[in-house]
Ligand binder design. Structure first.
Ligand code: TYC
Length: 103
């Protein structure tokens, strides 16, 4: 057995935990029949910091294929992006939804 800290946890394990990179999560936008294309493009620009061209490409991909990647973040940031999108959609009375998947 190696060196342990005062709680009996190995120092090696403690360092491994501290150095571990946080898991990343993909945030996807989901298609629906009612949200306007302009609203989705605005969301991609304002919430996900996409250029107008990239936002339009992602929106059209979602429209044609059912879902598309908006961004990849640590868990807390991904959850906050999703809350922001759902709050904006509610405010503007669109059914736009996003989902999150571990990378
Ligand atoms: N399908 C919508 C329309 O035809 C546009 C749309 C695109 C909606 C992407 C949601 O995530 C979405 N108005």
């Amino acid at each position: 057995m190696g060196i342990e800290d005062k709680r009996g946890q190995s120092i090696k394990e403690e360092i491994r935990q501290e150095l571990k990179k946080p898991s990343l999560y993909h945030v996807f936008l989901l298609n629906d029949d009612y949200t306007t294309m302009d609203f989705v493009v605005s969301v991609l620009e304002k919430v996900f910091h996409k250029s107008a061209v990239e936002a339009t490409q992602v929106m059209l991909h979602v429209h044609r294929s059912g879902k598309g990647l908006a961004g990849t973040y640590t868990r807390d940031i991904a959850e906050t992006k999703i809350s922001t999108v759902h709050a904006l959609a509610r405010e503007y009375e669109f059914p736009l939804k996003c989902s999150m998947e571990k990378e």
